[in-house]
Design a protein around this ligand. Structure first.
Ligand code: PDD
Length: 277
């Protein structure tokens, strides 16, 4: 396959990173995952703008404009004949002798992007998935889409060990988000998700769902909810670029509501699909 490295298209085997790259040593970098349906990127501008914002928040200077990046990523899709899948891309703070402090500003970021074929998770979308709750042990800048994912990795591993699809994280008694997704509840026909602050990543899928709710006159509350409200919800679902609107039908081995995929979740899935196709 062909990857994009520092602006050049090269075979994957030729793409090499230095042992003193700051992404490798410190997780000092940012990333995005963009969905590709029928050879076209979905919500690319929003992803690339979030990438710029993540960069600004940690002073990594992305020298490409959203427009530049769009052209390069379209070319990458074309060169790999990608139909349904994702683009993964990351910028690190570059190569520099190991030192916690940032290197001088002339060190260029290391930029890598590649494609991967990935079908829509149709079976899970149809039947729903199970989940567990875990304590959110991450830092307090989860709004940055940082390469530093150790807390998320550990949370996901707990889900896998419990034969579940996702971990629902909580701080004190408040639900924050999944290990790689945003979490939603539906109670008495009101849809609710954590407000976009520094305790969660403001998902692009999340924003799309908020927008769809507003357009379709479904009541939406962007406000944190408790573990108790989660357990007591009529419906629960998660959202992400790869998982779309994914029903959660069990939490800690207890069925959510009736244990079936909820009516509003199903509606939102269909509305979301209309945005894609
Ligand atoms: N994960 N919260 C976290 C912690 C995430 O890692 C993600 C995405 C989301 C959802 O964001 P979006 O709707 O923009 O994909 C929320 C990506 C897909 C990943 O790391 O693979």
């Amino acid at each position: 396959s062909i990857v994009l490295m520092n602006g050049e298209f090269i075979p994957r085997e030729e793409a090499k990173v230095d042992i003193e790259d700051r992404g490798y040593q410190f997780g000092d970098g940012i990333y995005e995952v963009i969905r590709v349906y029928n050879g076209k990127m979905f919500t690319a501008t929003q992803h690339l703008e979030r990438l710029q914002t993540s960069g600004e928040k940690i002073n990594i200077n992305i020298t490409y404009t959203v427009q530049n990046l769009t052209v390069l990523l379209e070319e990458l899709i074309h060169r790999n004949s990608l139909h349904t899948g994702i683009i993964y891309m990351q910028f690190t703070r570059g190569e520099s002798p190991r030192n916690h402090a940032y290197p001088i500003e002339t060190v260029p970021p290391t930029f890598v992007a590649y494609t991967k074929e990935l079908e829509r998770p149709v079976t899970s979308l149809e039947n729903g998935v199970s989940s567990i709750t875990v304590e959110d042990i991450r830092w307090s800048r989860c709004d940055i889409k940082s390469l530093n994912l150790l807390g998320n990795v550990m949370a996901k591993q707990k889900a896998v060990e419990a034969d579940c699809y996702e971990s629902i994280q909580y701080r004190e008694l408040t639900v924050t988000e999944g290990s790689s997704s945003n979490i939603w509840i539906v109670k008495d026909e009101v849809v609710q998700t954590h407000e976009a602050n520094s305790f969660i990543l403001n998902g692009i899928t999340r924003r799309k769902i908020v927008d769809v709710c507003q357009r379709r006159e479904i009541t939406i509350k962007e406000k944190a909810f408790s573990i108790e409200e989660l357990i007591d919800a009529d419906e629960v679902f998660l959202s992400s670029t790869t998982a779309e609107v994914m029903p959660i039908v069990a939490i800690n081995n207890v069925p959510v509501g009736s244990g079936e995929v909820g009516i509003i979740t199903r509606k939102l899935q269909n509305y979301f699909k209309e945005e894609i196709f």
